[in-house]
Design a protein around this ligand. Structure first.
Ligand SMILES: [Zn+2]
Length: 363
């Protein structure tokens, strides 16, 4: 903690109290280290790590997040968004999206920062001796991206005896049970990239048996990308839709038939004027059955010479789907007169409606 960060206001009193308590922790650190398992080298595979350049981190994070996560800063106590946060879910690393703490391990430590009594799983957090600022403490960092989270102390009030003291700015939050709408119907998912997700989303919204369509990103180098990052093509993500459907009404094969009708699967990393790997044609399968069906359909399209050129659609295992920003959801319906929608999306929708007229939702 930098003293220069602290304002000369009543918060000082609390801060001083905290500093004193930190110093007290410092004095007992040698003892406490026995309870805090030291794991400076995590068991994470190198390929699972998120390693970005400083420039990439700067463009991905806000200035405040960069200061905390990459420069080991500390946010002012009693200012963080997660201090009094009480929702059920998972706290993830704001740098790389790695799940770090469950809301069930959160407790009120009265110290001004969100506090947890245990981490979510073995190896997700690295602990490093930190003798800065004249104190002897144990720093905690995200094992996946080495982002600074805060410190861990052995003065916790629960049975673990631990207090993970974490900056809110180091965390993001994923609320549990976000899908109540479709919980009661039988459902399966298909994750498909066919160029700009606005085009693909609106088509599936009209297909009978489809329960929900979300626009998002899959297949990139790191979790939780922004639209801006995906647009550069450097993050490796493709624009995709997650189609949640009732398999009793529409099959995965029919979902694929629609997919291969409304985009051109023969142009590598390109749909019309949209060029870049983010527009690649891709099926992210979730099990062996989806993989086999995707490969069979592609083989049949090539065998029957349905297109003049071979299908270049990528078939890859799904790692994760990251929902895009809210303004990308339901884009065509919310912006039907936008030029891109009129010129690019509308013709695709019209083609779909013509070919699949008996498979449209009736409303
Ligand atoms: Zn991380």
């Amino acid at each position: 903690m930098k003293l220069s960060m602290l304002n000369p206001n009543p918060i000082w009193v609390v801060v001083l109290g905290c500093l004193i308590s930190l110093t007290a922790c410092g004095q007992s650190t040698e003892l406490s280290n026995k309870r805090i398992t030291n794991n400076t080298s995590s068991n994470m595979n190198e390929q699972d790590k998120v390693q970005l350049t400083e420039a990439e981190w700067k463009s991905k994070l806000t200035e405040a997040q960069y200061y905390i996560l990459r420069e080991k800063g500390t946010e002012r106590p009693y200012t963080g968004q997660f201090l009094m946060h009480k929702k059920n879910g998972t706290y993830t690393c704001a740098g790389c999206g790695a799940p770090l703490f469950s809301s069930s391990s959160k407790f009120d430590s009265h110290c001004g920062w969100p506090s947890f009594d245990k981490e979510l799983g073995e190896g997700k957090i690295k602990k490093i001796k930190d003798n800065s600022h004249g104190m002897s403490r144990i720093e905690i960092v995200c094992a996946r991206c080495d982002g600074h989270l805060g410190h861990v102390f052995d003065d916790g009030p629960t049975e673990t005896g631990l207090r993970y003291c974490v900056n809110s700015l180091s965390l993001s939050f994923e609320e549990a049970n976000e899908k109540p709408k479709i919980a009661n119907s039988k459902s399966a998912e298909a994750i498909l990239g066919g160029g700009c997700f606005w085009c693909v989303e609106v088509v599936y919204q009209q297909l009978k048996g489809v329960l929900q369509v979300e626009s998002g990103y899959s297949g990139g180098k790191y979790p939780n990308p922004t639209y801006k990052e995906v647009c550069t093509g450097n993050s490796g993500h493709a624009e995709v839709v997650k189609v949640t459907y009732n398999p009793d009404i529409v099959s995965f094969k029919e979902i694929l038939e629609v997919f291969f009708t409304v985009h051109d699967p023969t142009t590598l990393n390109r749909q019309g004027n949209d060029v870049g790997t983010q527009y690649r044609s891709v099926i992210f399968y979730q099990d062996e059955a989806q993989k086999k069906m995707a490969e069979d359909v592609i083989a049949a399209l090539n065998r029957e010479k349905v297109y003049n050129n071979p299908v270049v659609t990528e078939v890859s295992p799904l790692q994760a789907f990251y929902k895009a920003e809210d303004y990308h959801q339901n884009y065509y319906n919310d912006n039907p007169t936008q030029p891109y929608c009129q010129m690019v999306v509308q013709p695709k929708l019209a083609k779909f409606k013509k070919i699949f007229k008996d498979k449209l939702k009736t409303n």
